[in-house]
Design a protein around this ligand. Structure first.
Ligand code: SF4
Ligand code: SF4
Length: 68
């Protein structure tokens, strides 16, 4: 089981992490924006995150931190 922390101020809402997660644990929420005005990725609560870190590997802005 894993958990992901999103640094919202680094996120640009590109959605690469959303596509990378086979367990659909991440969404980009346009209702929630950071100080630069970008919609941000949000980690869903639940036990389906494996901690595989694929989301963090594809993030071009190094906005994701994965804990196992
Ligand atoms: S660590 Fe793996 S399972 Fe968890 S949110 Fe990232 S891609 Fe999905
Ligand atoms: S890949 Fe990184 S920058 Fe893109 S939406 Fe996900 S956390 Fe944000």
């Amino acid at each position: 089981m894993g958990m992901v922390i999103v640094d919202h101020e680094r996120c640009k809402g590109c959605g690469y992490c959303v596509s990378a997660c086979k367990n659909k644990m991440l969404t980009v929420n346009s209702a929630r924006r950071n100080r630069s005005g970008y919609p941000v990725a949000v980690f869903k609560s639940g036990a389906d995150c494996t901690g595989c870190a694929l989301c963090a590997e594809v993030c071009p802005d190094v906005a994701l931190e994965v804990f196992r």
